[in-house]
Design a protein around this ligand. Sequence first.
Ligand code: ATP
Ligand code: MG
Length: 413
Amino acid sequence: MGVQRAGAHRHVSSGHGQAWDRGAEEGSPSSRSATQAQRALRPNRAPHANRAGEPHAAPASPTAFLRLDAVSRSFGATVALQDLSLHVRHGEFVSILGPSGSGKSTTLNLIAGFDFPSSGEIHLDGRDVTWEPSHSRGIGMVFQNYALFPHMTVFENVAFPLRSRRQPSAMVKAAVDAALQLVQLESMVDRLPRQLSGGQQQRVALARAIVYRPAVLLMDEPLGALDRKLRADMQVEIKRLHRELGTTVLYVTHDQEEALSMSDRIAVLHRGRLEQFAPPQEIYARPATRFVAGFVGEVNFLPATIDADGRTALVHDLEVRVPLAANGPLAPGTRVTVSLRPEHLALAPHDGSSGQGAIVVETLYLGDAVKCVLRLGDTRLVAKVPLRRYTPAEPGDAFALEVDITACQLFID
Ligand SMILES: Nc1ncnc2c1ncn2[C@@H]1O[C@H](COP(=O)(O)OP(=O)(O)OP(=O)(O)O)[C@@H](O)[C@H]1O
Ligand SMILES: [Mg+2]
């Protein structure tokens, strides 16, 4: 269903892909009971819904826990952030994703109170904190470069935020032990940062950020300096910490895979503007803008024209028709762009009945799939074929293309 053979010129009446069922994703309760360390490190503020045995996502509340309303920040002529409104629920893991210079760090700095907006308001737990100094906001921050004190031991680094808040030493010891236990560094308390690997240093930075039980944990590309394997391990660690502590997390990254795999919702920024704020599955399957479609995951963009009925678009290169669903109807003849993920293109034997066929330009082995770069007339297309469905192909081979039209997205140019 929903698959069209390129060149078949068949009209279809089905709508676009299915609505994303959030309930299925959110209803995965954790049965783990809170350990002492977890209890010691629970956030300071309002009790959180993300406890053992309760649904993972925080309940939709009329008031967001962290709220940015029409926040802008300019540096002279540079508009770093424009009219950003972002409502984050308590206990949510939100990634801020965007290319370099899109305003990600600016957003975090404004939330942390290291910087202040040119206009707009920031509310935390029902309180206007727009002009509140950083230290009274109850926010923890982890930076890309760890920012550990080189002359202090692991213990002293983690204890620092508590000591600067003049906490009694028995309390400091208990909280530091609990934080180090959570990041699994109990055995390294007496080491100096230079005696640790990059991943271990980042875990110290994490422990230091969570030790005073921040209501919100901000992380600015915390894994940027780590190699791929360590990054993957740390992603799991950070997810575990989030689940166990129930802290609201804002996580900055320019790595779309990282954002897709870790977040409850992703905010995609582009040139200081919010392009889309939605769960990963929606960002990937139903990108709101061309930019989001192109930035998150690989995509084929194809020119298309609205048919006479105003409800379908003819994709010229593929000679398939895509229903408009929510976009329609549009004026016949309107030029649009259709986006199609590589996994929604399948290769079928080319028997000459379906036009010219797509010519294989290159094949790239990905482990579980093969990426095929194809040429169809003047158009370059990328198809991703699962290994079990892949028939070995050589450059120059011709295939018919099958298109999952229900997965196509349509953008008005
Ligand atoms: N203190 C500053 N003075 C002048 N311009 C600034 C300042 N801070 C940020 N900018 C500008 O604001 C824009 C957004 O910067 P920001 O640091 O938020 O980007 P980013 O998304 O974090 O990028 P990256 O992925 O490279 O870290 C950029 O154009 C940057 O040059
Ligand atoms: Mg940055």
